[in-house]
Design a protein around this ligand. Structure first.
Ligand code: GYE
Length: 300
């Protein structure tokens, strides 16, 4: 029971809800902002006794953390799965232990029935579609290279599907994964500039890979935002700054700040209240008309 916890002034009942949160990593500015939001919301003052574990983008670490949460007898498990598949066994174990799951951000693809109580995240497919529509309208003849996020992750699979369907697969010269990180995005772009000298538009599945790609493009003597138009997803401060600096051309927002919604879902699930199967976090889009003031006012 939680009654032995030092509960501070936590919660109406004075009892804290024990939550195990398995974060997939710290790979990007988006992830850092998401983690900060989660930690700011899942506090003792808000009635939560949080165990937070970072899996460093490794599924085996994440599975281990989830098993530890079962052993610790947490009340609710929240997690953001690094990839979609490979969770069947551990999700079954969680279900057998009767611990409700709040799925955060990325999605799962599993044979387990009713694997989670509720999911909160962005509509990745629609993000890809929005990026694709902008390209179709502004650069209909673009020769596109696509920097993919972590292969097999919900964010990669769905952004790619939405984008490719919208622009048409014949417009895409090639693709490679940069694992959502700046360093791997840069390396993948260096290779792509060699392999596809005709490329004149980059679609990157997140800002960090795009920022790494800028370094590769400049090192190759080309001008990002001009010789190679850059379309990105996330809208972290550095990404929006690249829009102001005219190095990025278009950014589809993916809002990482939804800790309060996660908190709300955890409390309801714990109390056995009804929750929607999914909650979509709403996203905007930005182009080069964004001002420095707007970027400076960005909280992350
Ligand atoms: O876009 C990327 C991060 O899953 C929505 O993961 C998230 C993505 C985000 O690494 O920057």
């Amino acid at each position: 029971t939680n009654a032995t916890q030092d509960s501070g002034d936590g919660g109406d009942s004075g009892e804290l809800i024990k939550v195990g949160f398995s974060q997939l990593g710290a790979e990007s500015g988006w992830r850092t902002a998401n983690t900060e939001s989660v930690k700011a919301s899942l506090t003792e003052e808000n009635g939560i006794d949080l165990t937070f574990v970072d899996a460093q983008q490794k599924q085996e670490n994440q599975i281990k953390a989830l098993r530890d949460f079962i052993d610790q007898g947490v009340d609710v498990i929240a997690f953001s799965p690094v990839v979609q598949t490979g969770w069947d066994e551990v999700l079954q174990e969680i279900q057998d232990a009767e611990i409700p799951v709040v799925l955060v951000d990325r999605t799962v693809d599993t044979t387990v029935t009713d694997p989670y109580a509720t999911w909160i995240g962005a509509d990745f497919k629609s993000e890809g579609v929005k990026a694709g529509e902008w390209v179709k309208e502004n650069y209909p003849d673009a020769k596109i290279f696509e920097l993919q996020g972590t292969l097999g992750s919900g964010a990669q699979v769905d952004r790619e599907a939405g984008f490719d369907e919208t622009v048409g697969a014949d417009k895409i010269l090639g693709k490679a994964s940069g694992n959502f990180t700046r360093a791997e995005g840069k390396a993948a772009m260096e290779a792509a500039l060699q392999a596809y000298p005709d490329m004149n538009l980059l679609f990157t599945h997140n800002d960090d890979m795009g920022l790494g790609a800028i370094e590769a493009i400049e090192a190759a003597g080309k001008v990002p935002g001009k010789d190679i138009v850059i379309v990105s997803v996330d809208g972290v401060r550095d990404g929006l700054q690249a829009l102001v600096d005219k190095k990025f051309n278009f950014v589809v927002e993916c809002n990482p700040v939804f800790g309060d919604q996660i908190l709300d879902a955890i409390k309801k699930v714990y109390a056995g209240e009804d929750v929607p199967k999914e909650t979509i976090v709403v996203d905007a889009t930005f182009d080069q008309t964004i001002t420095q003031e707007e970027v400076d006012a960005r909280p992350y």
